[in-house]
Design a protein around this ligand. Structure first.
Ligand code: PLP
Length: 345
């Protein structure tokens, strides 16, 4: 679908520049969710119908990230997946993490300090250099959530390969607009409620097939069974061979709202969305006399501006003392103009 045609599927009643907080659903996602809620209310269907959305979403996400569907687990948050990975790190492991990392990819490692896990925090720009012979894992965001800085994926991947270091990437702020190949990394985790424009409660984990046996599926339940429907009761343990063994039981309604958004992103294409989002971000940067960037998120030194903007019908965020604006598929040049007119001195 053409991006301009896709834009007709959103009806924001504000100038919405806050996808880095949560994304807006396209009409098919909202309608699918509304129908499911109505069916739930009136007892019109069995849950298996909602379950199909979970499996379709898994396949659509695998396509988006260039992976095999067998390497994708589904869950509800980033932190539960990073927590599971942290739990499987050996005692005494050293984890390198950027000092401004979103805590869902930081706190889980700190919770293992009692068994000798150390967390070495460094400035985002120094992550690749900080990887050395004593490093076990590097955990970082593909796109930093407050500044929008895109990590130097090539440099980190290279340094990690040189020292045989595990790579744990949080792509929550990139997946949906930044073209990425998950198979370059050992683990890649994404929550869908921002750039994948899904309800909160749908997260994905890519696990490199070589590492599947090194991760303990600590939260396995019926949905992680090889055959879900014969895994309701009793022993023995019969987990899926694939990365489904790391699944959390699905939050049904959230998945119903996720599938149509993933379909739409796949149909428009991440490269096209990237070009659109970064172009709008750079139009705004130009107006603000900032050099061009490579991100859909722009952060400017205007500490309290988001509250004033909200009064003018413009949704943005305050993060790390700055104004943060983010541009996605449904934004237009008119939004950039409205923002600039509102904050221009
Ligand atoms: C980079 C990043 N990761 C993860 C999350 C959400 O984490 P969780 O799924 O643990 O709530 C956010 C939310 O702002 C984020 O910006």
């Amino acid at each position: 679908m053409e991006l301009s045609a896709a834009q007709a599927l959103w009806e924001p009643s504000t100038v919405y520049l806050n996808t880095a907080s949560y994304g807006l659903p396209p009409r098919p996602a909202f309608e699918a969710l509304s129908t499911a809620l109505d069916d739930w209310r009136h007892g019109r269907t069995s849950w298996e119908i909602w379950g199909h959305s979970t499996e379709s979403s898994r396949a659509l996400f695998a396509d988006l990230m260039g992976t095999n569907v067998d390497d994708i687990a589904i869950g509800t948050t980033v932190s539960e997946f990073t927590g599971m990975i942290a739990n499987s790190l050996p005692a005494g492991a050293e984890v390198v993490v950027p000092d401004m990392e979103f805590t869902s990819n930081l706190f889980p490692y700190f919770t293992h300090t009692d068994r000798g896990v150390t967390v070495k925090t460094v400035p985002t720009s120094d992550v690749a250099e900080a990887i050395g012979p004593s490093t076990t894992a590097v955990a970082f965001s593909a796109v930093q959530s407050s500044s929008g800085e895109v990590a130097d994926l090539d440099a980190i991947e290279k340094a990690a390969a040189e020292h045989d270091v595990l790579t744990i990437v949080d792509a929550t702020q990139g997946c949906g607009w930044l073209p990425m190949d998950a198979t370059r990394f050992d683990f890649l985790v994404v929550h869908g409620y921002k750039w994948l424009m899904s309800p909160r409660g749908t997260a994905f984990l890519y696990v490199s097939p070589q590492l599947r046996d090194r991760i303990r599926p600590v939260s396995a339940g019926w949905y992680a069974g090889e055959d879900v429907h014969s895994s309701y009761y009793g022993p023995p343990l019969r987990l899926a061979e694939s990365a489904r063994r790391f699944d959390r039981s699905p939050a049904w309604f959230s998945w119903v709202g996720t599938q149509p958004s993933l379909e739409l992103i796949g149909s428009v294409g991440v490269e096209v969305i990237n070009e659109h989002n970064v172009r709008l971000a750079n139009l705004f940067r130009e107006k603000m006399n900032l050099g061009p960037g490579n991100s859909a998120i722009v952060s400017v030194e205007m500490p309290d501006a988001s509250t004033d903007l909200e009064r003018l019908g413009i949704q943005a965020a305050s993060r790390a003392g700055n104004l943060r604006v983010s541009f996605h598929i449904y934004n237009t040049e008119a939004d950039v103009d409205a923002l600039f007119d509102a904050i221009a001195p």
